[in-house]
Design a protein around this ligand. Structure first.
Ligand SMILES: C[S@@+](CC[C@H](N)C(=O)[O-])C[C@H]1O[C@@H](n2cnc3c(N)ncnc32)[C@H](O)[C@@H]1O
Length: 188
């Protein structure tokens, strides 16, 4: 059962989990896991014994102390239940991190949900996209609300640019219409 804080619209992440299940995925890479909510949900859409790799940035958010513990508990829980799961701590754009991930790939599914600004989206797609058969992005339906004071989110523009070249599906089910959204594309 998922108990970790899940930073997703339930129906959207379930849509991606359904794809992972129906495509028979046996390996998952998540870039940006925070508390581990989506990692747990997506990992458990695969059979026990599947490979699960999370990349997350130490100190990456204000809630790092809580999210670090929660993500470690998530991965420990997956290992206890028979998954081949691990965390690679570091910046996803660090060449050393990329090499360590590459050594564990390729992956049936890659979920990119880390830094949502254009330079990072471009790098994560360039570095990790080729490692995945199915690649998904979060926040493709994000719109800037007047009250928003957080970091810029460029996922919608980025997604609209790359999706044209691939078979793809979109889940845009946020009740506010302002947030979230998951885009999934098939590289092969
Ligand atoms: C939106 S949260 C992930 C939420 C998670 N996927 C979920 O839905 O439950 C983004 C996470 O990405 C991490 N992050 C941000 N920039 C990163 C980077 N350059 N490399 C790795 N992780 C990064 C943050 O620290 C944070 O934990």
């Amino acid at each position: 059962m998922t108990t970790q804080a899940l930073l997703q619209v339930e129906e959207e992440i379930d849509g991606l989990a359904d794809i992972i299940r129906s495509e028979g995925c046996r390996s998952l890479l998540e870039i940006g896991s925070k508390f581990g909510g989506s990692l747990d949900r997506l990992a458990r859409a695969m059979p026990v014994g599947s490979t699960v790799v999370s990349v997350d940035l130490p100190g990456g958010t204000r809630l790092w102390e809580q999210s670090r513990k929660s993500l470690m508990q998530t991965v420990d829980g997956l290992i206890k239940d028979g998954y081949n799961a691990r965390i690679i701590w570091g910046d996803s754009t660090d060449p050393n991190v990329i090499e360590r991930v590459k050594a564990l790939g390729p992956f049936d599914a890659v979920f990119i949900d880390a830094n949502h600004t254009m330079p990072f989206l471009e790098k994560d797609w360039a570095n990790y996209g080729p490692m995945g058969r199915i690649v998904a992005f979060h926040d493709i339906a994000w719109h800037r609300a007047p009250e928003w004071v957080g970091t810029r989110i460029d996922a919608p523009q980025f997604w609209d640019r790359i999706k044209q070249d691939y078979a793809h599906r979109e889940f845009k089910l946020c009740p506010t219409g302002k947030n979230n959204g998951i885009g999934v594309l098939w590289r092969s």
